[in-house]
Write a protein that binds this ligand. Structure first.
Ligand SMILES: [Zn+2]
Length: 348
């Protein structure tokens, strides 16, 4: 389906987690998960219907300036985007979710502009549109090809999905991907799509907090999870588990090496699972080079995102990052060696 490939419906929470929650013994958790599944399926259907409609998100911001709009769904799921809660330049109100969606989409815009000279998702200043309070206890956030949508979480395992800035950076990066290499959302190209979303999300977090590779926690979605001993975050770039033997989520299935690559059909061929392999490679490159991830490693990865194509595989990612590292820093430079060594370490 071409429409789906052009505008994939990209959730932050992978289907294996939502499915696990739907089996929970706690009725409230189970109910929230079932509702999340129902709403996600409905949103995906509507996404397919609306692909032929004009895209409101494609309106370029006036004069190329940052332009944000945050809408409130007030617990409803349609029609998107809901009622306008805060427009660009307006003061913060009392609603934390509205303020976070506004602030973190602004940080993502600034990150792309200042670090990579990219003016918004489409490089033409497109308006960043977010809707918060989507559904009741909705356990997810997604990019629907036009805008960001955030649930409030069930309150027992997940809180509002705007709380992690890397989740916002992740979802908006899906918008950058669909405007650049447009990687198909399944198998290895899909895992690369998820990988780029995580990588630019985590870099935006580090950049906005001023964290170098050592200070950074390298976690995705730490703040959206209700704290408990068995859980660190949704995903981690390090060679560690993001959650382990958690009574609700089970154990983090992300591989950090090709020998553990997931080969089943779930999750569009494991797009949120196998992204763990290139994610870990990026972490290895960034930590080998030291300093700030978004400078050298980020420069290589940004140019790679522009160079990949719709059906790029892991092998293409390896070749392209190495070639670009060579172009930027010289053949056999330390940077190119770090890239080649990292891929080798994850079995590529
Ligand atoms: Zn995603």
């Amino acid at each position: 389906m071409l429409t789906l490939m052009t505008h994939p419906f990209c959730c932050i929470l992978p289907p294996h987690i939502v499915a696990k929650l739907a089996e929970s013994k706690k009725p409230a958790v189970r109910a929230a998960a079932l509702e999340t599944m129902r709403l996600s399926a409905a949103a995906l259907e509507r996404r397919l219907v609306f692909t032929t409609m004009p895209q409101m998100a494609a309106i370029p911001a006036v004069g190329g300036k940052k332009a944000r709009q945050v809408f409130d769904m007030k617990g409803r799921t349609r029609p998107l985007p809901g009622s306008l809660a805060r427009a660009e330049g307006k003061k913060a109100g009392r609603d934390v979710a509205v303020n976070e969606a506004y602030d973190y989409s602004g940080l993502t815009h600034d990150f792309y502009l200042k670090v990579f000279k990219r003016n918004s998702l489409d490089a033409r200043g497109m308006t960043l549109i977010s809707s918060v309070h989507y559904g009741r206890q909705y356990d997810n956030a997604f990019w629907n090809g036009e805008q960001m949508v955030y649930g409030d979480g069930d309150g027992q395992l997940f809180v509002r999905f705007t709380k992690s800035r890397d989740v916002v950076g992740h979802e908006l990066t899906h918008g950058v991907v669909s405007n650049t290499c447009n990687l198909e959302y399944e198998d290895e190209p899909g895992a690369l799509n998820e990988h780029l979303a995580d990588t630019f999300g985590v870099m935006m977090k580090q950049w906005s907090l001023g964290h170098d590779v050592k200070k950074a926690d390298w976690l995705i979605g730490a703040e959206i999870m209700v704290p408990r001993k068995t859980v660190k975050a949704l995903r981690t770039f390090k060679n560690e588990l993001a959650y382990e033997k958690d009574p609700f989520l089970g154990t983090d299935p992300q591989p950090k090496h090709m020998k553990n690559k997931y080969t089943g059909d779930e999750d569009n061929g494991g797009v949120h699972i196998n992204s763990g392999i290139p994610n870990h490679a990026f972490y290895l490159v960034a930590t080998a080079l030291g300093g700030n991830s978004w400078e050298k490693a980020g420069a290589i990865w940004y140019r790679t995102m522009l160079a990949l194509t719709i059906d790029s595989q892991f092998a293409d990612m390896v070749k392209t990052t190495s070639m670009i590292a060579g172009k930027l820093y010289g053949a056999a430079s330390l940077e190119q060696q770090a890239v080649d060594a990292a891929w080798k370490q994850v079995g590529l």
